[in-house]
Design a protein around this ligand. Structure first.
Ligand SMILES: [Zn+2]
Length: 140
């Protein structure tokens, strides 16, 4: 008898463990270059702007704006069958123009999503225990 498929589990790369540890504490953090002070996403060994290698992990507000999105209606992974439809969105974080994350947008009717809508990070637990960042409509 086969086991139901599980969603792929995040595997930290390029020293991304601090990002995932912060998620488990329901905090959103990113690398910030010590030379040019720009945030970068995804975690990487060098700044994508100035190529410096020194950085610090800095907390973010978790607030952002919807830049684009798609509604997934066809499960592309067996574990997603029970989740469709769901929304994948690109969120621009308020700390820096162009600082964007791909994530899920939750707690919203897909027909009500709008460009530039304010959103706030939230965290949901993967069945394996790791908390994952998602976004929901901002309150207030
Ligand atoms: Zn830099």
């Amino acid at each position: 008898m086969s086991q139901p498929s599980a969603f792929p589990y995040p595997i930290p790369e390029y020293g991304a463990e601090p990002f995932w540890q912060a998620c488990n504490q329901e905090r959103l953090v990113m690398q910030r270059c010590s030379a040019c002070h720009r945030f970068r996403w995804h975690p990487a060994p060098l700044c994508t702007h100035c190529r410096a290698d020194a950085f610090e992990w800095q907390p973010l507000s978790g607030r952002g704006r919807v830049r684009t999105w798609t509604v997934i209606t066809h499960a592309v992974h067996p574990a997603a069958v029970s989740r469709v439809p769901y929304v994948v969105a690109e969120i621009e974080l308020e700390e820096q123009a162009g600082l964007r994350m791909i994530s899920n947008l939750v707690d919203i009717d897909p027909d009500a999503i709008a460009f530039d809508a304010p959103v706030q990070v939230a965290f949901v637990a993967h069945p394996g225990g790791q908390k994952l960042p998602v976004f929901r409509p901002a309150v207030g």
